[in-house]
Design a protein around this ligand. Structure first.
Ligand SMILES: Nc1ncnc2c1ncn2[C@@H]1O[C@H](COP(=O)(O)OP(=O)(O)OP(=O)(O)O)[C@@H](O)[C@H]1O
Ligand SMILES: [Mg+2]
Length: 223
């Protein structure tokens, strides 16, 4: 269970303050698939970054399984993110000079898993998201956008996170590939009981998630 309580994030530039996230409260139970929608600049990415503990709020709390993440010390946060959260981005963010397989192995290396097990699990995950053995040995530049996003999803799953955070994961894909990636995320949420929170512009995606949060000027629109 993730509980967000009166979360605020201000950005100061000169004399003006941008209230990017302006007092947001909501909760997402384990295994739910939630989407965040809203106009450009409404605070979606800022909120997701806070949820991933990649940034600290100005005020408010994010409580994950009873623990207030906003109060955790930086050195604990690195481990927390690595073990509990998988990130998926619009631009895939794969390491270009590593193969697909090596990209998926990377987070398990940080988690000190033995090499043989890392390799076996990476291959299994890539197969699960639909990449052939030949594709697994290619570098990201030799894969299509949809294939790269599959690799990114496999990488996000590597350490069996409780939470996957995705910012416009289908933003660079055609609608058919985007739907396939969405279905993949959806299946994962159900079979692994992983909580997924995704930012999307695509209403055909947000319409199919368990819950949709709509942002406007940093606040939740009441629905
Ligand atoms: N690091 C920053 N410094 C200053 N202002 C910022 C920073 N990050 C975001 N903002 C501002 O906060 C507001 C929310 O930005 P955010 O990126 O969260 O919007 P978004 O909903 O993700 O937009 P988009 O759909 O275009 O990705 C915007 O006004 C933006 O200019
Ligand atoms: Mg954004």
């Amino acid at each position: 269970m993730i509980e967000v309580i009166d979360l605020k994030r201000n950005f100061k530039s000169g004399d003006t303050t941008v209230h990017a996230v302006n007092g947001i409260s909501f909760s997402v139970p384990d295994g739910q698939f939630a989407s965040i929608v809203g106009q450009s600049g409404s605070g979606k990415s800022t909120l997701l970054t806070l949820l991933g503990a990649l940034d600290k709020p100005t005020s408010g709390s994010i409580v994950v399984d009873g623990q207030d993440v906003t109060k955790m010390h930086d050195h604990k946060l690195i481990g927390y993110r690595g073990r509990k959260i998988g990130f998926v981005f619009q631009n895939y963010n794969l390491v270009p000079n590593l193969t697909a397989l090596e990209n998926v192995m990377l987070p398990m290396e940080f988690a000190h898993m033995p090499r043989a097990r890392r390799k076996a699990r990476a291959a299994e995950l890539l197969e699960q998201v639909g990449l052939s053995a030949d594709q697994q040995d290619r570098k990201p530049g030799k894969l299509s956008g949809g294939q790269q996003q599959r690799v990114a999803i496999a990488r996000a799953l590597a350490n069996k996170p409780k939470l996957i955070l995705a910012d416009e994961p289908t933003g660079n894909l055609d609608s058919k590939t985007g739907k396939m990636i969405f279905d993949l995320l959806h299946d994962l949420a159900k079979t692994e009981n992983t909580t997924i929170i995704t930012v999307t512009h695509d209403l055909s995606i947000s319409g199919k998630t368990d819950v949709t949060f709509t942002l406007h000027d940093g606040a939740l629109v009441k629905t």
